[in-house]
Ligand binder design. Sequence first.
Ligand code: AMP
Ligand code: ZN
Length: 444
Amino acid sequence: MALVLFNTLTGEKEQLRPVHDREVRTYHCGPTVHDFAHVGNFRSSIIYDILRRTLEYAGYHVEQVMNITDIDDKTIKRSQEEGVPLSSLTLRYENYFLADLRHLNIKVPEHLPHATHHIGGMVVIIEKLLRDGFAYKADDGIYFDITKSKGYGTLAGIKLESETQSRISNDEYDKKNVRDFALWKFWTETDGENGFDASFGRGRPGWHIECSAMAMSKLGETIDIHSGGVDLIFPHHTNEIAQSEAVTGKKFVNNWLHIEFLMVDGQKMSKSLGNFITIRNIVERGFSPIAYRYFVLGAHYRTKANFTWEALAGAQTALQRLKDHMGPEVGEEDADYRQQFLECILDDLDMPRALALAWEVAKDQNLSLATRTATLLDFDRVLGLGLKPQKIVEVPDEIKQLVAERTEARQAKNWAKSDELRDKINDLGWVVLDTESGPRISRK
Ligand code: AMP
Ligand code: ZN
């Protein structure tokens, strides 16, 4: 069975056909490290991790790249405001970002290239684009001429013909076309010490060229899957395609995967709107980062997800219940459920269905507890919820006695007494879970 993914470029679900047989090469637009990343950013990182785990589950070898944007207007501005060198500011937020990836059980991609380490590669690309007539020099930088690009805007559904009337000479930027974009911005005083020498003038790269250069340097000229949030379709990914294909003459990316927004009160969660929540905020409120991961899996990546604290609390409770269904022994996985699981995940990463299937397994009394546990552990290779077999623990007689009394109270429908006993059991550090096969006792 092959992975089927929705491809933004064609608007259709397509079967993945890796360029390198059983190896899949993927690139994801990672964080700009000028501040803490918010949980909206992490929705896209979690889905990128799910893509990786799905491919591995299906037997592929995966080469993953997630770039670190450590030079742009925002990073420079912030470092100047704080009066610290750019590299110490970006290193600080990169470290927070990497720590949050670990908290979310995200496998760290094998390549985390930094824009500032790839300036040489960007300069080489820009030189070639200038030589071949795809780029031109203006007063404030080097620009890409979009009229030279074949099929510019296909990814975003933009037709250039209808745009030609809007072609204006923009005094401020001296651009030939409003949509021409900067490959290189010449150094100005506001850049301070942040500049790089190049044959076409001292300056720094534009954001789009950073990703093209890092992607091609790590993965080659044609990449299997490139992902990011839907906000990146235009202009970022559109421009990545234009400049990469201009320089290589080859198709840049076979499959474009875009993750819908995480919303808050009907608006996109974003830094600029000030409606953002970080992993720190989640932990401060007593939630586990994995509860957020569970929440993310509950919505398909191509639909908007609405963040509320109630929804996160619901996810945390559900996650705990799922963990409580794990037994102490690990038997053989159930082949039939495994096949169904594979069908869900290979169908455009259908995590809501995969999660529902995990619950079906957890509740399936036709399977032994050891089989259910093994099957859930197997699913967790993709879900990444940190499911583990329950540790075998000796339950003290006192607790056993209280549980027996509680069972009696429940049989007599004395709910008040049953609740009181449950609280007492909790206070002593134990949890009782009512299952079809009777009460299960575990450590709190
Ligand atoms: P940035 O740090 O703003 O460059 O964004 C890093 C990644 O997070 C990009 O792939 C964005 O598309 C993605 N992203 C930003 N905001 C959201 C959001 N509210 N929901 C989902 N993804 C987002
Ligand atoms: Zn990018």
